[in-house]
Design a protein around this ligand. Structure first.
Ligand code: C2E
Ligand code: MG
Ligand code: MG
Length: 635
């Protein structure tokens, strides 16, 4: 028979089931005869409704089992019991009752079935550790201990449960201690368990996508950083020697350009496979974008092992690759850095690896260099900028501003010169005078310049048809298919070629006069106009004017600044005379004062560009500037 004390305890238990059963359930006692004919007293606590009632039954041996009775027998069921039964019948939620002393656990009927156990089997009372995934036990225990010690009002943990057949799935376990001994020690906890495997799978998928490269399935930059953080921490504990290898393919662009992008993609996948094979398991191979990869090698005995892996990687990637029946050969430059044990950020590690890579690339094809502090000291500022620049291109931190060029006779705007700006997340605005040379040195100007062309042409489409856009092109772009970048930009924007001016400097003509002049002729044949920029700075300028019939000469602002002085004025006058004879119009750069403007006009310049009229404007202010000029002309 059920004692009063036990009945009260059961009611308390039912009340404490927390979110599932908020009201007190019922508790009764009765007796039954077992198989051997003995009479046993049985304790029951019921929660339930609907088609039947679910509950706990404590048999004389102390076993708690779930039981079910028919609705007909228990017709006056409270609403809370009905809700609980419905929940339990739904099968997505289970109830558990854990003896904290021996860690044995009772689990409700449907949930036991979900775990693959027979409901009435004696094994219904499982040791807790059997059903919790081995990797999650410590976490679960810690959460339970924190709650048992009163540090958390309830206890909650996401973990995996192991089914009888060995498979596992994710659950959210919530519970609370319902019984303590006189000394306050937690003896028993009860609670619920919800299947969250679908949510976990979706989360895992999202996480996978966020941390992996689409094309190759390799870890991406974010995951690489996480792995680097781990390697740095281990190195700090003196446990592991690790190295980071930055790899940049040679010859990838040629494959992409000649065989097409899908061949390029296949090549990258083959490279990914070869790299993964070359470094073996336990190490990380990541794709950082384009043809850049990075490796994190862990558990090394010393730098010599990193050197050996790097040489092996070079050998593996140099082996011919067959794509679409064509045999292609690529190479790779590798820069490595050992993870120091004094603590370093992942970004600094990557920077150092990049410095070494840059050194390797400038030494020659298929070269490997390991970072040394002397390297950084030699090049640090520039390299750091180059490193940041790669990220900035990806993030879109570059933008263009537009400075108007004014026709001196008509006082109207003829064009805008697109000038690049870089808003660095830490350093703020960086001048093109600082970053363009670095971009040229590292080859990043090719991508950056193509972007500027495309962006400027796109922007110019919004302007009145008579206004042209001028874009600066660097010498390096000539060696990397400038014509294609120009065509892509014009076609992409739908801009007519005669609205595009390209500004080139004398240095472009110095490096490869024949090649550059031929390119300029072809571009001009398409209708693009060509200006010689910064005229008068440095070189034996006049000879270049004979090599190519430029449309415009832009006199460097150094001469305009000093135009009040006889020497500078004489040079400006000579250039204007030259322009007239060669049929080239003359632009004065850097007109800042009304006095300079008068002199520039009296010396015979055709156009002027300078702060006097306007500083370079953000794209969205161009139209307003044009309107205000038109209004002041009309007034
Ligand atoms: P640049 O092509 O000669 O451009 C003219 C520079 O003179 C611009 O400097 C402009 O802001 C500045 N300027 C214009 N009027 C005045 C003035 O009245 N007073 C003074 N003090 N300066 C004036 P910015 O924008 O700093 O560009 C510097 C150089 O960086 C450019 O000289 C060009 O060589 C290079 N650059 C800028 N954008 C690009 C680009 O997209 N591609 C390439 N390859 N080079 C670029
Ligand atoms: Mg220019
Ligand atoms: Mg200039």
């Amino acid at each position: 028979m059920l004692s009063l004390k036990t009945a009260a305890w059961l009611r308390t238990l039912v009340r404490r089931m927390g979110p599932v059963a908020t009201d007190a359930g019922s508790a009764t006692g009765d007796s039954r005869t077992d198989m051997s004919g003995r009479t046993q007293s049985v304790l029951r606590a019921f929660f339930g409704g609907g088609g039947g009632r679910a509950g706990l039954r404590i048999d004389p041996g102390g076993w708690l089992k779930s039981v079910r009775t028919s609705r007909a027998r228990e017709s006056t069921m409270p609403l809370s019991e009905e809700r609980l039964t419905l929940t339990l019948d739904g099968g997505v939620e289970g109830i558990w009752d854990c003896n904290l002393a021996d860690r044995s656990i009772w689990i409700s009927e449907r949930w036991l079935a979900r775990l693959g156990y027979a409901v009435d089997a004696i094994e219904a009372r499982q040791p807790l550790d059997h059903i919790v995934h081995a990797e999650d036990r410590e976490r679960l225990t810690l959460a339970m201990v924190a709650h048992a010690r009163g540090l958390a009002p309830t206890y909650e943990c996401e973990h995996r449960v192991v089914c009888r057949d060995g498979t596992s799935f994710w659950v959210l376990t919530r519970g609370r201690v319902v019984e303590r001994n006189g000394a306050g020690k937690a003896l028993r906890a009860v609670g619920t368990q919800i299947d969250i495997s679908h949510r976990r799978e979706a989360e895992a998928r999202v996480e996978y996508l966020a941390l992996h490269d689409d094309l190759t399935g390799l870890p991406n930059r974010r995951l690489l950083r996480q792995r680097l953080d781990r390697a740095v921490m281990r190195a700090r504990n003196g446990r592991f020697t690790a190295a980071v290898l930055a790899c940049d393919l040679d010859g990838f662009k040629a494959v992409n350009d000649t065989l097409g992008h899908s061949a390029g993609d296949r090549l990258l996948r083959i490279v990914a496979d070869r790299l993964s094979g070359a470094v073996g398991s336990g190490n990380t191979v990541a794709r950082l974008g384009g043809d850049e990869f990075a490796l994190v090698l862990e558990g090394l005995e010393g730098p010599h092992q990193a050197d050996a892996v790097a040489k092996h990687v070079i050998a593996v990637l140099c082996a011919p690759i067959e794509i679409d029946g064509m045999v292609v050969e690529i190479g790779v430059g590798i820069g490595a850095v050992m993870v120091p044990n004094e603590g370093i950020t992942a970004d600094d590690l990557l920077r150092r690896a990049d410095i070494a890579l840059y050194e390797a690339k400038t030494t020659g094809r298929d070269t490997y260099r390991r970072f040394e502090p002397a390297l950084a000291a030699r090049h640090s500022a520039r390299y750091l900028l180059a490193f940041d620049m790669k990220d900035a291109i990806r993030r879109g931190d570059f933008y263009l501003v537009y400075q108007p060029v004014i026709d001196l006779a008509a006082e109207t705007v003829t064009s805008f010169e697109a000038l690049m700006r870089w808003r660095h997340p830490e350093r703020g605005l960086i001048s093109p005078m600082e970053f363009i040379p670095v971009a040229e040195e590292t080859g990043l100007i090719v991508a950056l310049g193509a972007w500027a062309l495309a962006e400027a042409c796109r922007e110019a489409m919004a302007w009145p048809g008579e206004i042209r856009v001028a874009v600066n092109v660097s010498t390096v772009q000539f060696q990397h298919d400038l014509e294609r970048s120009v065509s892509n930009a014009l076609d992409g924007a739908g801009l007519s070629a005669d609205r595009l001016n390209l500004e080139v400097t004398e240095s472009a003509l110095m490096r490869d006069p024949e090649g550059v002049v031929a390119t300029l002729h072809r571009l001009r044949a398409r209708g693009v106009r060509i200006a010689l920029d910064d005229f008068g700075t440095g070189y034996s300028s006049l000879s270049y004017l004979r090599r190519f019939p430029f449309d415009k000469i832009k006199i460097d602002r150094a001469f305009i600044k000093d135009i009040a002085e006889p020497d500078a004025a004489a040079i400006v006058r000579a250039v204007v005379g030259l322009g007239e004879r060669l049929g080239m119009s003359i632009v004065a750069e850097g007109g800042e004062t009304a006095e300079q403007l008068d002199l520039v006009r009296s010396e015979g310049c055709d156009e002027v560009q300078g702060f006097l009229f306007s500083r370079p404007l953000p794209a969205n202010e161009v139209q307003a500037f044009l309107r205000s000029r038109r209004m002041s002309a009309a007034a």
